[in-house]
Design a protein around this ligand. Structure first.
Ligand code: UDP
Ligand code: MN
Length: 339
């Protein structure tokens, strides 16, 4: 339907790359809905061009020079910058219903059925299940609701400093009022949940429709070798993100990087795709240089596992970080490769 849309937000080029992969993943699963990206003015020209090719609508939102109530709210609560930007999705009043999704989500199958749900439908947060996770939610754009949200935000702030705290404060009867507004967890499967309740992930994880790379390390924080399909990044986090991370990089490197390359032309840009050398293993820094310094080669990780069971544990994020899988041991192993 033309008046229904999937919406995401990207205030910088990193989140913009996430938005591109997200948009592509929805297109690959033949969504019949419009795709909208809200972006900040900091998103570079080449990234904006690529977004415009993937999305039906790319709208620049800048609470700092909008001069409206959002601006006034922002002046009072400068700590809630990105949060105010996310609330802008309620101003998309040319659509009657929308599904907002974080730019760090990946769609694994068609999810158009989400539009059968009412505002505000969302999945439980894996950390505090009486709160909904604001990475995926169904909403109805309305200037009236937008105004009330800004007012709420200005007066009460956010208990977690972000949009999730504001939205849970505003839609505060979500947990108890109407069970049909509880989306099944498979619409917002966070990688955290994989290791916090592994048997449930084994039982239900195969049905996942959306994976959410929640937390500090995002898919674009790693690096990837498209030839060998290997990921480099912090040991601990790469393991917990598991195979979904590989799905993200496979889509990004095959469908998004060529579009970026076209836009950047001769200008250099950091795609995150590299050809790994063994000598890269300990010196390589991921795109953002985040995370612990134990940056390793996926193959190197596997080859140091002594049994199938141990490999499985590792992939489940249950590595023995203090013992066998300690940084010192990993480094020793890597040194043997380097010799
Ligand atoms: N976001 C953004 N720029 C930022 C931080 C966040 O555009 O600097 C947007 C983006 O859509 C992101 C969402 O806000 O997915 C929520 O932030 P994030 O996913 O980092 O939070 P988490 O899901 O890890 O709690
Ligand atoms: Mn997120």
């Amino acid at each position: 339907m033309a008046d229904q849309a999937f919406v995401t937000l990207a205030t910088n080029d990193n989140y913009a790359r996430g938005a591109m992969v997200w948009g592509k993943s929805l297109r690959n699963h033949n969504t019949s809905k419009k795709l909208v990206a809200l972006i900040g003015p900091q998103v570079s020209e080449p990234c904006q061009s690529v977004l415009k090719r993937i999305f039906d609508e790319v709208r620049v939102v800048d609470v700092l020079d909008s001069g409206d109530t959002a601006h006034l709210a922002m002046m009072k609560r400068p700590d809630l910058g990105v949060t105010f930007t996310k609330l802008h999705c309620w101003t998309l009043t040319q659509y009657s219903k929308c599904v907002f999704m974080d730019a760090d989500t990946l769609v694994l199958s068609n999810i158009d059925e989400l539009f059968d749900r009412e505002e505000l439908s969302a999945a439980p947060d894996p950390g505090w299940p009486d709160c909904f996770n604001s990475g995926v939610f169904v909403f109805c754009p309305s200037m009236e609701t937008y105004g009330k949200l800004l007012q709420y935000c200005t007066e009460h702030g956010s208990f977690d400093g972000g949009d999730q705290g504001v939205l849970n404060g505003f839609f505060n009867n979500w947990a108890t009022a109407d069970i049909s507004k509880h989306l099944p967890f498979i619409y917002n499967l966070s990688s955290i949940a994989i290791y916090t309740y592994l048997p449930a992930f084994k039982q239900y994880g195969g049905n996942a429709k959306v994976v959410h790379f929640l937390g500090k390390t995002k898919p674009w924080s790693y690096a990837f070798d498209p030839k060998t399909k290997q990921i480099a990044g912090s040991v601990q986090e790469a393991a917990t993100h598991s195979t979904f991370l590989l799905d993200w990089w496979t889509l990004y490197s095959s469908a998004v990087v060529p579009m970026l390359q076209e836009q950047y032309g001769d200008q250099p840009f950091h795609s995150g795709c590299v050809e790994f050398q063994y000598s890269d293993m300990v010196t390589f820094q991921s795109a953002q240089g985040e995370g612990p310094s134990a940056l390793v080669h996926a193959q190197a990780l596997e080859s140091q596992l002594s049994s199938e069971e141990r490999k499985q544990k590792w992939e489940q994020g249950q590595a023995d970080y203090m013992g066998m899988d300690s940084f010192d041991n990993i480094k020793k192993k890597l040194d043997t490769f380097l010799k």
